[in-house]
Design a protein around this ligand. Structure first.
Ligand code: PLP
Length: 450
């Protein structure tokens, strides 16, 4: 094997996603070389609690022998076969049945597999469009989503993305994509909170559907708890009200559970935490705990039935990927789902998430730059402000969040700076001692930097 690590050629060839090439100073790159449980180690030997679980996905922790064994076993049996037009293999069928069973309370009927979250969202958008053609309402083409929402990087997902920063370099995008205000208690146009805010946002959705014309709206899509946009936890009435508005106008409801699926928000699925059954659910990340790429899009019988009843060519799903249902990914997912259930991962996320939130809340008083600490389960954000009273965010260009992350890493905590926020999303297996390491490292980072 040719080892390029640390050579100039390797450093210059690798194009960092989501970063300006010139902004990635090679001397400052955190290069992770190994992982064990909730810890990762960098190339300088620094061991850190993985406060971000890779990228919200290594939910079961690093280097789990059970997952590696399932992958090895599958490689021995069948490394790859396709699942297009009537060909299949056992793992893809087992995983589809398993996901349908797990989501039986939400009445999910069919599963379409892919390679990640962006694929899962793209599948959901295309299935929505096709559904409306199948039921004789082809003019229903528009999608409504939330500001601050993140739905991946394909053209569909980019078009419904709620942050301009992900959209503007790629315009023109899919027409007919509209964003409404997120139910964000800390920052919203009405300075409202609680149930009042949930009702205002649901009313805005209804107004937007009426403004567009209900017979032109295909679907509303949102994350049960917004993740990348800054861990925005909606009031408890928001999702039930959204379901009611969608039902009133026949609009499909898509839950993007790429982050929240499999326990991260403290419930097995985020929408279950809000007591709502969507029509389509997008999953990825925790489905394989990040060991192998995999995405899944599930639809309920309303949608599955429309495809089944249509006997001619239009009922065929003309969508799928070479790696839809990759056997090795399916094998990894099957064992991960066993572990999620056996180890009661959602309950641990709820318990440890409460502890972490309570431990970090005093930062709001202690540090001038911490406007709010918020979260649900093991997804948390520290909102960084230049002025507490006005809640004015820090200037994202001044590098403050990066500086906090750098100091935290030097003190044993891998945390993620995202614009004007510090994001925490550790493995869902984390326990108290490691949470304390995260809290202490962040305390030191703010004390030294603020
Ligand atoms: N949807 C949500 C809610 C996400 O957070 C992400 C990624 O973070 C995606 C979709 C895209 O997933 P991927 O990066 O696997 O394509």
């Amino acid at each position: 094997m040719t080892v390029f690590a640390n050579t100039q050629q390797a450093q210059q060839s690798f194009w960092h996603p989501m970063a300006h090439p010139a902004s990635v100073r090679q001397s400052a790159v955190t290069r992770i070389v190994s992982g064990e449980g909730v810890y990762v180690t960098d190339d300088k030997g620094q061991r850190m609690v993985d406060g971000v679980a890779g990228l919200w996905n290594v939910n079961l922790g690093h280097n789990r022998p059970e997952i590696k064994a399932a992958i090895m076993h599958q490689l021995d049996e069948l490394a790859y076969y396709q699942s297009f037009d009537g060909v299949s293999h056992p793992r893809v069928e087992e995983l589809s049945a398993r996901l349908s069973a797990m989501l039986a309370p939400e009445q999910m009927a069919r599963v379409m597999l892919s390679s990640g979250g962006s694929d899962a969202v793209e599948t959901a958008l295309k299935v929505s469009r096709q559904y409306w053609k199948l039921v004789g309402e082809p003019e229903r083409t528009r999608f409504i989503s939330l500001r601050q929402g993140y739905h991946g990087t394909h053209f569909g997902g980019t078009s419904i993305n709620g942050s301009l920063v992900f959209r503007r370099n790629y315009e023109p995008l899919l027409p007919g994509c509209i964003q409404i205000d997120a139910p964000w208690p800390y920052r919203n146009p009405w300075n409202a909170g609680g149930e009042e805010l949930g009702a205002l946002c649901a009313a805005q959705l209804e107004r937007e559907i009426l403004a567009q014309g209900p017979d032109t709206v295909a679907a509303f899509i949102a994350e049960p708890v917004q993740g990348a946009g800054g861990v925005i936890v909606p009031p408890a009435n928001f999702w039930p009200l959204v379901r009611a508005v969608c039902d009133k106008y026949g609009v499909l409801l898509i839950a993007d559970e790429v982050v929240t699926g499999f326990g991260r928000s403290g419930n097995m699925f985020g929408c279950r935490g809000w007591g709502v059954s969507p029509d389509i659910i997008c999953l990825a990340k925790g489905i394989t705990s990040g060991y192998i790429p995999l995405g899944a899009t599930l639809v309920n019988q309303r949608i599955a039935g429309a495809f089944e009843q249509n006997g001619n060519f239009t009922g065929a799903l003309m969508h799928g990927y070479t790696y839809s249902g990759h056997p090795v990914a399916c094998a990894a997912a099957l064992v991960c789902l066993d572990l999620v259930e056996r180890e009661q991962i959602p309950a641990n996320a709820a318990k440890q998430g409460d502890y972490l939130l309570q431990a970090l809340k005093p930062f709001e008083q202690k540090f001038a730059a911490v406007g709010e600490v918020r979260g649900k389960g093991l997804m948390l954000a520290l909102d960084l402000v230049s002025d507490k009273a006005s809640r004015e965010p820090v200037d994202p260009m001044d590098g403050f969040a990066n500086q906090i992350a750098r100091v935290a890493r030097a003190h044993g905590a891998m945390v993620r700076p995202v614009g004007t926020k510090i994001i925490l999303s550790p493995p869902l297996t984390i326990q108290l001692p490691e949470l304390d390491i995260l809290v202490n490292a962040l305390d030191t980072a703010f004390s030294q930097t603020a």
